[in-house]
Design a protein around this ligand. Structure first.
Ligand code: 13P
Length: 245
């Protein structure tokens, strides 16, 4: 099965710099064996829609609004993202959960909005260092999944991808161990089985994210149950990311 390699640009690059990036990146991934998604700042989506239309590279946003339209200054709706040809959005990234105190219930509403316009969702979950040290990882992941996917029908899960991103591994250089990743992925599938079915759990795509780089990505992809990667910092270098792809 093809691996899914997602790049999260976060708040990096201007549109001009992104254009230069694509000129370098696209020829290198033309015959890639993986599925590729670039999750971009909203400002980059229009250029992505023009440059990626005839390529195999998909793109998406890093968030969407909890609302669908109206007087919400500074917000961007799922429909606006979809309208530009995006096919994915990240929801529930820990940087957003933390800074904006985003709750699991808000994550659930955003997922409903995204699915409503046919955007695929990359749902980010993961525990903090304190929670890990208190042996609460499984409980935290369960709660995040239970609430985020509340009210969804099983057939909607084909548009959900779960990214396990332990907070303590993001941008720190401290990549999770293979054992930690394997355990987390097992927990994720167990929760999906409890909430939906065994079949749903088997089919669910699960990614790992957190300090992935050239030196470690191959061994992470070999961890049982891992279907791909959600790459932050390392995706900003077109050469490095193309190699990972
Ligand atoms: P880094 O790869 O920079 O640790 O970021 C991971 C991440 O948060 C991707 O969403």
């Amino acid at each position: 099965m093809k691996k899914l390699i997602v790049g999260n640009f976060k708040m990096n690059t201007t549109v001009k710099e992104f254009a230069v990036y694509l000129d370098k990146f696209l020829p290198k991934v033309k015959d890639s064996k993986s599925d590729v998604v670039l999750c971009l700042p909203y400002t980059h989506l229009m250029l992505a829609s023009q440059k990626l239309v005839s390529t195999e590279v998909n793109f998406g946003s890093q968030n969407i609004s909890i609302d669908t339209s109206g007087a919400h200054t500074g917000e961007v709706s799922a429909n606006m993202v979809k309208d530009l040809g995006a096919t994915y959005t990240i929801i529930g990234h820990s940087e957003i959960r933390k800074r904006f105190k985003e709750t699991n219930e808000q994550v659930n509403q955003k997922i409903i909005n995204a699915l409503g316009v046919n955007l695929k969702v990359i749902l980010c979950i993961g525990e903090t260092k304190t929670e890990k040290n208190a042996n609460k990882t499984a409980a935290v992941l369960k709660k995040q999944i239970d609430i985020a996917l509340k009210g969804l029908y099983e057939n909607e899960l084909k548009n959900i991808i779960i990214a396990y991103e332990p907070c303590w591994a993001i941008g720190t250089g401290n990549v999770a161990s293979s054992k930690d990743i394997e355990n987390a992925v097992k927990t994720i599938r167990k929760v999906i089985e409890e909430d939906f079915s065994e079949k749903a759990a088997e089919k669910m795509l699960v990614l790992y994210g957190g300090s992935t780089k050239l030196e470690n990505f191959n061994s992470i992809l070999k961890v049982k149950g891992v279907n791909g990667l959600l790459v932050g910092g390392a995706c900003l270098d077109a050469d490095v990311f193309a190699k990972m792809v």
